[in-house]
Design a protein around this ligand. Structure first.
Ligand code: ATP
Ligand code: MG
Length: 456
């Protein structure tokens, strides 16, 4: 038997430009602080999202959808990420961009379906029979290879486990030794071995060893109480997609397999509709029995106008499902053609029937004061210093062009300042980069002026 942890397949977030956003910055009464958690201004949008977060936490929002609209650079993506921060790490948050559905390998609806399932969490509480304790000895015992030949093979492993109450010596199968090695268990670690499956889990380092010289970040845990052999409540947070993967490729995810396996025979397959249906069935059974709890999370679809009519039809249906996450869309488009149709113009490029079931939050353009405050936050994060006249100038430029444009000027301006042997960014640096680069509006203007000299 092979054992390994179910790795959560949560995706890395593309948030380098949003690292300063730590939450929605709301007071306890739900009103927005003028500036908090890295957020400045945009008060009503933030307050509306605060209500949404409460609804999600009290599980009253499943299957609903929200649309963030507003001009480019008004903080739509930032607000969505702030919502995910407010929800905390236990609530799944799956970000994607509309264009991700276009792959030559996978169907569009398949991509959507997968992300829907990434956004639905399941908290499983199981009482397991385990052997738990601090490892006092770890001795693999070898014998002559029974099939002849020269090598020796592993017969079994002797492992000593200690708790406050006593110690126990276990003789384990070689296959379990593999998972002990995978978890990098050494003498002095606190581990538990599941009695039924042999799955090994390293809890941490025993705090008796806390004084040893250690450069790595270690988690020290106390010596377990009670007997070595006992029943233990184990809580796991996984997404439905994690379950899909674990069951499609049974060599991964023994922990979940131990429970899923009791009800269905997993085979090595791809993730299919049939497999998902079966998993849903098992999940529903576990929810009914009170072993598992559904945690609907958030699916965030940025640049939603990039989806086409086929995807929208699918979304309409998916939102009706009893197990559906909250979906947050964002777009900066006004009236535009729905992709995949010949001539249907709709607000935000979203079909009216879908739009009809969505709550809409608008983000407004920033004032110069807001822009100043945001630029200052970004400068601090990037370790840059600016003079006051730089800030004022950027606020004026930002109002004319966009917040994103001025934020993007920061890094080149700092490079320029450094080549001049300065640490501080002066007005002349900003002026110079502003001349070197075009913002979107200026570029569009140039194009209309000189359009004859470009290739049509
Ligand atoms: N109110 C705010 N407070 C602090 N930072 C902000 C705020 N609004 C936007 N920002 C920052 O400004 C930059 C641009 O904002 P963002 O990417 O969220 O805009 P957007 O509305 O998603 O634009 P687009 O429509 O082009 O996708 C980001 O770095 C974001 O973190
Ligand atoms: Mg955006």
């Amino acid at each position: 038997m092979r054992i390994s942890e179910v790795k959560s397949t949560t995706r890395e977030q593309r948030i380098a430009s949003h690292t300063h956003i730590k939450g929605l910055g709301l007071r306890d009464d739900g009103r927005a602080h003028a500036q908090a958690d890295g957020f400045v201004g945009q008060d009503s949008a933030r307050e509306a999202c605060g209500i949404l977060v409460d609804l999600i936490k009290s599980k009253k929002m499943a299957g609903r959808a929200l649309l963030l609209t507003g001009a480019p650079g008004t903080g739509k993506t930032a607000i969505a990420l702030a919502i995910s921060q407010e929800l905390g790490p236990k609530v799944p948050f799956c970000p994607m961009v509309g264009s991700e559905v276009y792959s030559s390998e996978v169907k569009k609806t398949e991509v959507l379906m997968e992300n829907f399932r990434r956004a639905i969490g399941l908290r499983i509480k199981e009482t397991k029979e385990v052997y738990e304790g601090e490892v006092t000895e770890l001795t693999p015992e070898e014998i002559e290879n029974p099939l002849g030949g020269y090598g020796k093979t592993l017969a079994h492993v002797i492992i000593g486990l200690k708790t406050v109450k006593g110690t126990k010596q276990l003789k384990l199968d070689p296959s379990i030794f593999e998972s002990i090695q995978k978890e990098r268990v050494t003498v002095g670690d606190v581990i538990y071995v599941e009695a039924n499956t042999g799955a090994v889990k390293r809890v941490g380092r025993s705090d008796a060893y806390a004084t040893e010289f250690d450069l790595e970040a270690e988690e020290y845990v106390p010596l377990p109480k009670g007997e070595v052999h006992k029943k233990k409540e184990v809580v796991q947070d996984v997404s439905l997609h994690d379950l899909d993967i674990a069951n499609a490729r049974p060599q991964g995810g023994q922990d979940i397999m131990s429970m899923m396996g009791q009800l269905m025979k997993p085979k090595k397959t791809e993730i299919t509709d049939k497999l998902r249906k079966e998993i849903n069935k098992v999940v529903n059974k576990y929810i009914d029995q009170g072993i598992a709890e559904l945690v609907p999370g958030v699916l965030f679809i940025d640049e939603v106008h990039l989806l086409d009519i086929e995807c929208f039809t699918y979304l309409n249906k998916a939102l009706e499902s009893p197990i559906s996450p909250i979906v947050i869309f964002a777009t900066n488009r006004g009236m535009c053609q729905i992709r995949g149709t010949e001539d249907i113009i709709a607000p935000h490029g979203i079909p009216i029937d879908l739009l009809d079931r969505i709550l809409i939050i608008r983000t407004l353009p920033y004032t110069q004061e807001d822009i100043k405050a945001i630029v200052q936050i970004r400068a601090k994060i990037e370790g840059l210093t600016l003079t006051d006249d730089v800030l004022n100038d950027m606020a004026v430029t930002g109002e004319k062009t966009s917040l994103r444009y001025v934020i993007q000027l920061l890094t080149p301006a700092s490079i320029l300042a450094r080549t001049h042997g300065r640490e501080q960014i002066l007005l002349e640096d900003i002026k110079e980069v502003d001349e070197l680069f075009y913002d979107a509006k200026a570029s569009a203007l140039t194009l209309t002026k000189y359009h004859s000299s470009y290739v049509p």
